[in-house]
Design a binder for this molecule. Structure first.
Ligand code: APR
Length: 332
């Protein structure tokens, strides 16, 4: 579809991070017309977070696709968007196109993800879905939680809540939410958390608190913070013999995990998950269908909507813990 800006340099508003841990600055940026093999579309998504640095691809020995290349996920989102906008594109999309969607997905500025939504919220939700499916997949694909299991979720941010949602749908009998911020507890009930523990209320190590609470430990635990001490606690609160702990949170670069080997020799299992173990081409569309059919939550994670000009306020809210996801719109 030809547009009035075809072949021209266009001016867009952008939130620019000049330095880490400093407020972002709203500026006009010039975007060159697309080059050979590129397409310019009015709205595209990006998530400027740590995951942007990763590309996941590869095949298992039997030839099946292993994991999602991030770029293909973005391309999928873009194709969905183009469908919605009734634009037909025959070539594959490059993801380094005009970035016009921002969406807050993280609390700290180092890993912050933003997407600016110019218009259709339904499109924004596709971006949100990407973050939720990490939590859902950790439960369904990586841990394979069975009905009746006792589950502990460390960290009740959006990722932890998606884990709780996945555990509830898998039929877990108890879902114990652990967070140092008690404000998270009320909201977490809506995602399936059945009981709460704030480590600050206890003198004992949190793993001991959970072991006592569950008469020997949980069947599955999920670390959804990115804190290596909590990763250890999450492993050690698992039941000996079979308890499985999944690392979902992303620790700061260079950090290491540790535990006594005895913890593993006595039958606990320590695992990690990448993008929830979903296969991109087949399963992301399947997840979108599940969302469309209201089988998984997405809207419920959006607690705030603000304008791009308020981007720094949005970061503050995320830091304070009162906000799960904040959608930034172009409208004043
Ligand atoms: N013990 C318990 N809870 C904690 C602790 C701790 N030591 N430290 C932080 N928390 C809680 C916070 O209070 C917050 O509610 O963990 C939660 C983390 O939530 P968010 O910061 O909103 O993070 P989220 O977007 O859910 O991502 C979690 O997953 O994808 C990764 O990079 C992401 O590592 C991050 C993690």
């Amino acid at each position: 579809m030809a547009s009035s800006t075809q072949g021209q340099v266009i001016t867009c508003k952008a939130a620019v991070a000049y330095e880490p841990n400093k407020p972002m600055v709203i500026e006009d940026v010039q975007v060159a017309p697309p080059q050979a093999g590129e397409v310019r579309i009015k709205i595209l998504f990006t998530a400027l977070c740590h995951t942007d640095h990763y590309t996941w691809s590869g095949k298992k020995p039997d030839g099946t696709e292993l994991l999602i290349p991030r770029v293909s996920f973005l391309a999928f989102l873009a194709m969905k968007l183009l469908e919605l906008l009734k634009v037909s594109v025959k070539e594959s999309l490059k993801c380094s196109l005009v970035i016009m969607s921002f969406l807050v997905t993280k609390r700290n500025a180092e890993n912050a993800s933003f997407a600016r939504a110019e218009r259709p919220t339904s499109v924004v939700k596709f971006v949100l879905l990407q973050y939720n499916y990490i939590g859902l997949g950790a439960v369904w694909n990586t841990a394979k939680v069975e009905a009746g299991s006792i589950v502990a979720v460390f960290g009740l941010g959006t990722v932890g809540l998606a884990v709780a949602e996945g555990a509830k749908s898998a039929g877990a009998s108890r879902i114990i939410g652990i967070d140092i911020d008690s404000k998270k507890f009320d909201v977490a009930k809506n995602f399936g958390v059945t009981e709460f523990v704030n480590p600050k209320d206890h003198d004992k190590p949190i793993q001991q608190v959970i072991v006592d609470l569950t008469d020997g430990g949980v069947d599955y635990s999920f670390e959804c913070i990115g804190n290596v001490s909590v990763m250890r606690a999450a492993l050690e609160c698992c039941h000996k013999g079979w308890g499985t702990s999944v690392i979902v949170g992303v620790a700061a670069s260079g950090q290491e995990i540790s535990t006594r080997p005895f913890q593993l020799v006595t039958g606990r299992v320590w695992k990690g998950t990448a993008f929830g173990g979903f296969k991109s081409r087949t399963q992301v569309p399947w997840l979108v269908e599940k969302y469309m059919n209201k089988e998984i939550k997405v809207d419920e994670y959006i607690t705030h909507t603000m304008t791009l000009a308020e981007i720094n306020k949005a970061f503050d809210l995320l830091h304070e813990g009162g906000c799960l996801r904040c959608v930034l719109t172009a409208h004043e």
